[in-house]
Design a protein around this ligand. Structure first.
Ligand SMILES: [Zn+2]
Length: 317
């Protein structure tokens, strides 16, 4: 089936279920899904589901970032660009340049993807009009599409970028809403595949038996990490502690971990050493990627007045 035929087939299907949207808008969303190789039936279902979830009668209008929800259209926001990454993806076998990154305002943070040129840098204040959102990892993601306008603004009403990207104390439940969430929590579990892992030097993926799933047999390099579960009493999240954080939390360096494994002739000893952090209270600052909290810094919580009192009593006894 030709691309045009697929598009018109999917469009017909969508128009039978939703009718309060412009054909142009439906076409744009369908084309994007089809370009990713989604079959026409499935693309149609996806668009019907998205449209069904939002209020089809009204465009979203101007909102703060924290109020954005998946499935909106006609959304306008004013925000600062906190970071941007240029990526090349394959669309129908052809490379296409896209830009993705994070936007921030005083209420929170929102990921975005731009399918067109996005000539703005970190710290720039922008007004984005007529954008739409979709759902990504249970969160809305703002899409800058063909009918979206982006203009640079003075941004006097927006906090400076340094403030927006500095750590914010939040609960685990709200961690994905902050650019640099800082949570106070307890490590309640250390998951398998913690400790010594081997990584592909090309793509950083963890290798199995010296083989990368992407690059085949490689000269893998050792790394130390912990995959854990953090719990703040209200909710929990899976967390990854990269090497530096793992080293400072456990007091075990990568070199020492390698020595440990060599002596025992078993990498499992390092895993068990990592499991000793279960029960530790931590203040972790990081970034939520998908459903994973990547800890960039971990500190001990400041002791509470109760702890101080107990220590004092213990010292007096
Ligand atoms: Zn690789």
């Amino acid at each position: 089936m030709s691309a045009d035929k697929k598009l018109s087939k999917a469009l017909e299907q969508v128009k039978q279920s939703v009718d309060d949207f412009s054909e142009r808008e439906l076409t744009e969303e369908l084309r994007e899904l089809l370009e990713y190789g989604v079959p026409p039936d499935q693309a149609a279902e996806t668009v019907i589901r998205r449209k069904g979830r939002s209020d089809p009668a009204a465009a979203a209008g101007e909102k703060k970032l924290a109020d954005a929800v998946p499935g909106e259209r006609g959304l306008t926001v004013e925000a600062r660009v906190l970071d941007r990454r240029d990526r090349t993806i394959k669309v129908k076998g052809e490379p296409r340049e896209i830009v993705s990154g994070s936007l921030g305002d005083e209420t929170g943070v929102l990921s975005f993807t731009s399918w067109n040129e996005f000539p703005f840098e970190e710290g720039d204040a922008v007004r984005i009009s007529n954008a739409y959102t979709r759902e990504w990892n249970d969160r809305p993601e703002l899409q800058v599409g063909d009918y979206t306008e982006v203009e640079e603004i003075a941004g006097e009403d927006l906090p400076p970028a340094e403030e927006l990207s500095s750590p914010r104390d939040v609960s685990i439940r709200d961690a994905s809403r902050a650019y640099r969430p800082r949570v106070e929590a307890t490590v309640i579990d250390v998951l398998d595949r913690s400790g010594l892992v081997m990584r592909c030097p090309e793509c950083n993926r963890v290798t199995e038996g010296g083989e990368c799933s992407e690059h085949g047999p490689v000269d893998a390099e050792p790394d130390l990490r912990i995959k854990a579960v953090l719990d703040d009493g209200d909710s929990c999240i899976q967390a990854t502690f990269p090497r530096e954080v793992t080293e400072s939390l456990t007091g075990v360096t990568l070199e020492e971990a390698e020595e440990m494994a060599r002596k025992a002739m078993d990498r499992g000893v390092v895993q068990r050493e990592m499991e000793r952090v279960v029960g530790r209270a931590v203040v972790a600052t990081g970034r939520v990627l998908g459903d994973n909290f990547v800890a960039l810094d971990v500190e001990e919580p400041e002791s509470s007045p109760e702890d101080d009192a107990r220590e004092l009593l213990e010292a007096l006894q």
